[in-house]
Design a protein around this ligand. Structure first.
Ligand code: GTP
Ligand code: MG
Length: 335
């Protein structure tokens, strides 16, 4: 019965779907409403599947949309091409890349040597991954970068917190150390506490479509839920597919919004670890390794001392520096 109803709805949608010319196309929230033939039921289904915004649809494949009941091939094609047209995801000349590259900014880490390792700091337009063992300081770095985004970019922060480790009092300490008003800093950080991987993906998409003027998107930690929910070989392919979707969505958003993407990641022991170098590798396999543009490995030293090793960036040489995590935040390590 439900199937027959779906089929009927699919036919209606397929026949009538087309962009409406008279709607306010610049409004993020009205994208689905601006496509005639998308009724309330189809809209709800798309939203429930995580495709409520033009950003999400622009990055979707036809196969992903047609998995949703009531969405026919033609509907999916029109939705995707319309969303992409409004986002200008088409072909570009080489010169446009040059323009885009010139518009990239660097967000300082508050440590001079750390900034030098990254030729100025965390870059906008792509994802930087910070990986390392428990307590190495990944979340601490995220707190510093959140405050720095507000101070130096004067743009807001989205913080997707999967482990409940966002600490408003650390933001207060870091902000005060920089002579900022803690309340005004806190008011510019939107925190989404994600309770499972599906929630994590949905919150990320919702935050990106609702928070204006975003300069930094933090996901801390990227893999924790996925790892605990998809244990074992049997679910590995599904897990990797979902992580790929989640990360490539964030990567595209960082590019389109020209903001910094910061994901933290856990590590696991390398099975073939040698006696030198880092015995750990970030989890998440090639999907994560390929999607992040910059990869930093953090290791804990004595007391406040930490090391950061740059292991991946298309424009910078690998390198290693020492820095400190103090009560005021990230700083240079002074011997
Ligand atoms: P997991 O999320 O468990 O993987 O760890 P993480 O890498 O996110 O570690 P986190 O950033 O939470 O770092 C915790 C460590 O930061 C603590 O063990 C301390 O060493 C350091 N830390 C936290 N707060 C302070 C502080 O106020 N002063 C100083 N000096 N260090 C701090
Ligand atoms: Mg942490």
């Amino acid at each position: 019965m439900a199937k027959a109803q779906d089929k009927k709805e699919e036919m209606v949608v397929e026949k009538e779907i087309q962009p409406k010319k008279d709607k306010n196309l610049s409004s993020e929230k009205s994208f689905l409403e601006s496509i005639s033939g998308i009724g309330p039921t189809t809209k709800k289904r798309l939203e429930e599947a995580g495709y409520g915004s033009k950003e999400a649809i622009a990055l979707a494949t036809r196969a992903q949309l047609t998995e949703i009941s009531g969405i026919a091939e033609k509907t999916a094609s029109i939705l995707i091409s319309e969303a992409r047209a409004r986002f200008d995801l088409g072909l570009k000349k080489g010169t446009e890349f040059e323009t885009a590259a010139r518009s990239r900014q660097k967000l300082t880490t508050s440590s001079k040597v750390f900034d030098e390792l990254l030729a100025g700091g965390f870059e906008t337009g792509s994802i930087t991954e910070i990986a390392g063992e428990n307590g190495c300081g990944k979340t601490q770095i995220a707190h510093q970068m959140a405050v720095n985004c507000i101070k130096y970019f004067d743009r807001d922060v989205i913080w997707i917190d999967t482990e409940g480790t966002f600490r408003f009092n650390r933001i207060v300490q870091v902000a005060q150390a920089m002579d900022l008003d803690p309340d005004s800093v806190l008011s510019r950080i939107t925190v989404g506490r994600a309770y499972n991987s599906e929630h994590q993906m949905a919150l990320t998409e919702e935050a990106i479509t609702t928070v204006p003027n975003v300069g930094l998107i933090i996901v801390d930690s990227l893999m924790a839920h996925f790892r605990s929910e998809f244990a074992g070989r049997a679910t590995l392919a599904e897990r990797q597919q979902l992580i790929g979707k989640h990360l490539s969505f964030i990567a595209k958003q960082t590019e389109m919004l020209n903001c910094v993407g910061l994901v933290t990641n856990q590590v696991s022991a390398k099975p073939d670890a040698l006696f030198f170098g880092d015995p750990n590798k970030p989890v998440g396999g090639n999907v994560v390794g390929h999607t992040v543009t910059t990869r930093l490995m953090i290791r804990k030293g004595k007391d406040i001392k930490r090391t950061a090793t740059l292991t991946k960036n298309p424009e910078l040489p690998d390198g290693k520096i020492e820095f400190a995590i103090t009560s005021e935040g990230v700083r240079d390590f002074k011997k």
